[in-house]
Write a protein that binds this ligand. Sequence first.
Ligand code: 8YV
Length: 304
Amino acid sequence: YLDRDATALREDFGARLLARPDEIDTLTETERAGIRGLAYAGGTPFGAAEMDKLPGLKVIANFGVGYDAIDVAAASARGIKVTNTPDVLNDDVADLAVGLLIALNRRFEPGAASIRSGDWAAKGDLPLGRKMSGRRIGVLGMGRIGREIADRLAAFKSEIHYQSRSPKDAPAGWTYHADPVELAGAVDDLVIAIVGGPATQGLVNAEVLKALGPDGVVVNISRGSVIDEDALIAALTDGTIRGAALDVFRGEPKVDQRLVKLDNLYPLPHIGSATVETRGAMGDLQRRNLRAGLDGTALSTPVN
Ligand code: 8YV
């Protein structure tokens, strides 16, 4: 949160900050009964057990487009509205995905490291990178963010391939694939932009990585759960694929130390939406939803 958003939640809604859902247990029964709205942020699961501790809860306003941490079915069963913050972050997340593809193919991190270590002067130039413009790119998940990524990559002269539940109304020349293995087999690099949650758990597995092949790189800006991280570690270690850039991790913010040690991994700490502009827009939308949920008026961006 920006300071102004935390302040607005406190001052306009009388909100108090709980660092984690289990801190609900530190509240008195009267305090818990008085809570009608929840401004939620982060990936800690929030399910039926947590909801049952807050009998007056009317609305959970998630700070983020992905609401896989929240058990929406449990909320619906209790008459609790859930909202999210779609669209306002599409540009930032898509920018990051394209930036990561360029960083991997043009070897930004090894380049910067060779200057910092003095290796450039001492040992000379680094091995060459790969041309990014014109690479065939597979976008896994053609939702709002996937579409922004593909539009940007089309401007980089990429051939666009995608996989989603059904073919989209996409520009001529974009190719739909029915499954992730077929998609990976048809492209040079793979960008993951699909929703998290049980339905996509481990979707990018050893078979998909093998189909991508030894010249391919993977970028993930969606949820760590979508990649089978053990399979990814193996593929990065044995050269099944060339590299990966991840903004999201299974069990984040803790990151598997086997991954961290790999020099063909470019890791970022979940910063897809982390700009002043976008976090401000997310905060505004979250508070609009929170207010509407409390007042019982129309929600801007309802989930259930
Ligand atoms: C986070 C995100 O919500 O929108 C999403 O789904 O993953 C991010 O924008 C943000 O980091 C706040 O937790």
